[in-house]
Design a binder for this molecule. Structure first.
Ligand SMILES: [Zn+2]
Length: 307
């Protein structure tokens, strides 16, 4: 959406025409002679970022940090809104019959949520704050639940999104309004966790600077705050408060080795991934699809490329 609207996302800048699309499911049309785990006709979720597999980051397992990673729809690499694309087989994951094509396309954003939960240490009994109830916030809610979080609270400025969050398993939601001061908002978060409690782990999924501040202020002393959403590059943060209370601050970028987990989670049937598919368009109506997505009218807008 950033590329389409502004030609830029974070530090990545579109310098020549680029095909969009990176949350993708596909059907295998052909395989190379050494591919053993896939055959023609298999339905797959494609991990869009393929690393070099040679550098020190790749060799030590943090391949999401590879400087030579080639990612669908990240300049200068084209995306997947095409009838056919070539993909390295090891980054294509077969989905079972119980996962349909729309759900398979959601394995990518679900993997973002799996990565942030793994990285921040969400586990059985975790009390979790998620700021932002957009798609990534909602997938993070699902993933945190799957990892055993016992209390999950979401914040957003949009009551419709919070309603969906409650339907999909949030214990409580907090509507953020302009009238609320930061202090009042922190108090509301503490209240939501009950009796002097605060979140063990806060996952910032909105990219809003006010939320980057909130997660540092609201997380319990010794807890973890992780920045998942991407907003403006420079933000003023209450860093002294976080330091003296030993709040661990983490970043998260994409995912590494999370697709198998996300496929298994989708296959379990326990997640309502479909609840996020708000609009569906044929390929010829791509432009309309992007307009709807940009308007914020829905959650996930599905574009069907093939008949
Ligand atoms: Zn590498």
């Amino acid at each position: 959406m950033h590329y389409w609207a502004t030609g830029q996302c974070g530090t990545f800048i579109v310098r020549e025409p680029m095909i969009l699309g990176h949350e993708t499911s596909a059907v295998v049309e052909a395989v190379g002679c050494e591919v053993k785990h896939l055959k023609v006709g298999d339905r797959v979720a494609t991990e869009p970022a393929v690393p070099c597999e040679r550098c020190s980051y790749c060799r030590s397992g943090v391949y999401n940090l590879c400087p030579d990673i080639a990612c669908h729809a990240t300049p200068p690499y084209h995306g997947t809104l095409v009838k056919y694309f070539l993909h390295r087989a090891a980054y294509a994951f077969k989905v079972p019959d119980s996962v349909d094509n729309e759900e398979a396309a959601m394995i990518e954003p679900l993997s973002v949520a799996v990565h942030s939960c793994k990285r921040s240490g969400v586990t059985v009994g975790s009390r979790v704050l998620i700021t932002g109830a957009g798609p990534i916030g909602i997938y993070t809610l699902m993933a945190a639940r799957a990892y055993g979080a016992t209390r999950v609270v979401l914040t957003d400025i949009n009551e419709e999104r919070l309603k969906l969050a409650r339907e999909l398993g949030a214990d409580q939601t907090i509507l953020v309004t302009k009238e609320l001061t930061e202090e009042e908002l922190v108090a509301k978060v503490k209240e939501a966790f009950g009796d002097g409690e605060q979140p063990d782990i806060s996952l910032e999924c909105s990219g809003a600077p006010s939320c980057s501040r909130l997660v540092l202020l609201a997380t319990k002393s010794g807890g973890v705050a992780i920045q998942v959403g991407l907003g403006p590059p420079n933000v003023s943060l209450p860093i002294a408060d976080a330091a003296i209370r030993e709040v661990t601050i983490l970043g998260a970028f994409r995912y590494k080795d999370c697709f198998p987990t996300a496929v298994a989670m989708a296959a379990s049937g326990k997640l309502n991934l479909k609840a996020l598919a708000s609009h569906r368009f044929d390929f010829k109506d791509c432009l309309e699809a992007y307009k709807v997505a940009k308007s914020g009218a829905g959650m996930k807008v599905i574009i069907k490329v093939t008949e």
